[in-house]
Design a protein around this ligand. Structure first.
Ligand code: HEC
Length: 136
């Protein structure tokens, strides 16, 4: 497990070095080494804590924001795209109350600007599979 952790950190380091922070016109995912689905889930789970998502989003219980299960139920039903939402490219579809939207929008305009495509993809993959993980 420790080895996997180091392995993932190295991949992350290498890929964030390659990614020019501001050049969004080159959003070619093939530029990154492809992680297996299990690695993405593992990494996404870790990032969900490290990037503080967990402080507002519990897996199955409403906190400041809706639970991950609730978010994913709606995203699956409406065919939503988590990555697009977190990049500010699509509108909220889970909780559209203005005050709640503003809380999440502050993250999108703030620290999420610095997150890499690989990290975002991992977080989205983790969220997509959260109902099948043994998180209790
Ligand atoms: C300070 C609290 C807070 C933090 C930190 C936070 N969120 Fe949220 N999030 C919210 C609130 C409140 C909502 C409900 C408003 C909404 O749906 O847009 C929300 C909604 C969402 C939604 C659903 C958007 C929709 O379509 O309605 C997603 C997806 C999401 N958050 C992902 C994340 C991820 C991933 C992180 C970490 C990178 C994160 N959030 C960090 C408070 C937070």
């Amino acid at each position: 497990m420790i080895r996997l952790f180091y392995f993932l950190s190295i991949i992350l380091l290498v890929s964030s070095c390659k990614t020019d922070t501001k050049s969004n016109d080159n959003n070619d995912v093939t530029a990154h080494p492809e992680l297996s689905e299990d690695s993405k889930i593992f990494l996404g789970n870790r990032l969900f804590s490290e990037k503080t998502c967990i402080t507002c989003h519990d897996v199955d219980r409403k906190k400041v924001g809706p639970s991950v299960i609730e978010i994913m139920t709606i995203y699956k039903a409406k065919n939503g795209d988590i990555v697009d939402f977190l990049r500010g490219k699509s509108k909220p579809i889970v909780d559209t109350t203005a005050s709640q939207v503003a809380v999440m929008q502050a993250n999108i305009d703030g620290f999420l600007k610095n997150i890499t495509d690989v990290e975002l993809d991992a977080i989205a993959t983790y969220m997509l599979h959260v109902d099948k993980l043994n998180t209790k």
